[in-house]
Design a protein around this ligand. Structure first.
Ligand code: PEP
Ligand code: MN
Length: 447
């Protein structure tokens, strides 16, 4: 607690006393003789109080200019829970989800209109969709695109949820969103990838979720940082959220391969190793970015023994106001669900197999990025050739090539790569680069 007297009036207080109203009656917390410019008092014992009372006395008109009550800063920062403990979550069976089917969250990327929400929900009614999703506040990377309908759309979701007899899920990005969602009867919330990357916001949401009891799913952060993801789960677990799950939706990289967001399967699997009780869901829609690739990603997730899927589905994808390319029609979702094979964990498909498989997927992704990088490198080479040809400069500069080769040998050695291997590899790349340079015609100039 912090107290101040308006000392420009002189120091007037000669006694003060701070007490708390508790279930057991009034408890005096602290007392003293003067306050002056500032008096700080820090409590050491935890007291559950319904009110605090400050009493002051002095010979003439005692006055206070400021009273501040602050939480223990350590408590706010760490939730008072040792961070070495892995976050713990209840199994999905305890959420009331079936054990004999893949728990599925499906619904449109965004709630756009009451008709669109209800039409999509009606089309999904016959399918084994356990939770109906839609975003009402859309965290768009760029302004000027559809940012969601906001609070009024919560009513449409609640209506869809009643119609389906299944809970509705919505993304919350702030305590205000959470409060509005809970008021509207939304049964499940998720934290989006851009929010998970912001520990301030996650801490605020965790505080607001204290004692609430709704299931919370945490998407991976946009950047490939396992610690941020774990940190968000830790903050929520420390606030007492027990129905807690992680959603893998892929990561932004500067060389995405076939998918919109690189899956980097090793990261979610490492999360599972660190926090084995946290159910792991996959959002193949945001990984794939393309309706035609959603099934492939979903099957990989099931091969890796993920616990659930979240799939974007829209009654009419081409008209969708966000993520039109990746949303499935309800009929496509039905077909996809029929094709998906759920693997059972058995002795020969255990944790080790799942990890090897995840690493192989990573390897394939890395190879894909190498191809993209090589193509990008050749494009730069052609650009250089255009400038060289325009200036009538030779396209091959031997000194530059020898210096490059030496630099790459040394750089490779620093990273544990054999210098001769690096030289062989770059001779091949250089040969191909010269072929590209030769093919650049004056016609291409200025393009
Ligand atoms: C979404 O689920 O529609 C969404 C915005 O996802 P993400 O936070 O994964 O980008
Ligand atoms: Mn989306």
């Amino acid at each position: 607690m912090s107290l101040r007297e308006p000392i420009w009036l002189g120091q007037r207080i000669d006694r003060w006393r701070l007490s708390a109203e508790t279930a057991a009656g009034t408890v005096v917390l602290a007392s003293g003789e003067s306050i002056g410019a500032r008096r700080l008092w820090r409590g050491t014992n935890e007291v559950a109080a319904t009110a605090l009372r400050l009493e002051v006395s002095g010979p003439v008109s005692p006055a206070i200019s400021e009273v501040g009550v602050y939480r223990d800063p350590l408590h706010v920062a760490s939730g008072g829970v040792p961070m070495s403990a892995p976050p713990v979550g209840e199994p999905l069976a305890a959420w009331g989800l079936p054990a004999d089917a893949v728990p599925l969250i499906a619904g449109p990327c965004s709630a756009e209109s009451r008709d669109q929400v209800l039409a999509t929900a009606a089309a999904l009614a016959p399918l084994p969709v356990h939770i109906f999703r839609a975003g009402v506040w859309k965290p768009r990377t760029r302004p000027g695109t559809f940012e969601g309908v906001g609070e009024p759309a919560l009513e449409w979701l609640a209506e869809a949820s009643r119609m389906l007899g299944r809970p509705a899920a919505v993304e919350v990005g702030s305590p205000d969103h959470l409060e509005a969602a809970l008021r509207a009867g939304i049964g499940v919330v998720w934290i989006g990838a851009r929010t998970t990357a912001n520990p301030f916001m996650v801490a605020e949401l965790a505080e607001a979720l204290r004692g609430v009891g709704v299931p919370v799913l945490v998407k991976n952060p946009v950047n490939p940082d396992l610690q941020l993801w774990v940190g968000a789960l830790e903050r929520l677990a420390a606030a007492g959220v027990r129905r807690l799950a992680a959603i893998h939706r892929g990561f932004s990289t500067d060389h995405p391969e076939r998918f919109r967001n690189a899956p980097l399967w090793r990261i979610p699997l490492e999360l599972r190793r660190l926090a084995p009780s946290i159910p792991l869901w996959c959002d193949p829609s945001h990984i794939a970015g393309d309706a035609a690739l959603v099934g492939e990603v979903a099957q990989t997730a099931l091969d890796l023994l993920y616990d659930g899927l979240m799939i974007e589905c829209h009654a009419d994808p081409p008209s969708a106001l966000s993520d039109a390319r990746q949303q499935l029609r309800p009929e496509q979702l039905r077909l996809l669900l029929g094709r998906l094979e759920r693997r059972r964990p058995t002795a020969d498909r255990d944790e080790v197999c799942a990890r090897i498989e995840a690493l192989r997927h990573d390897l394939d992704e890395t190879d894909g990025r190498l191809v993209e990088l090589l193509a990008a490198r050749m494009a730069v080479v052609r650009q250089i050739a255009r400038v060289q040809k325009a200036a009538n400069v030779a396209v091959f500069q031997p000194d530059r090539w020898l210096a490059t080769l030496e630099r790459l040998r040394a750089r490779g050695a620093e990273r544990g790569l054999d210098p001769d291997f690096m030289a062989d590899l770059y001779r091949l790349i250089h040969e191909e680069a010269l072929r590209h340079k030769a093919a650049v015609t004056p016609k291409e100039e200025g393009q």
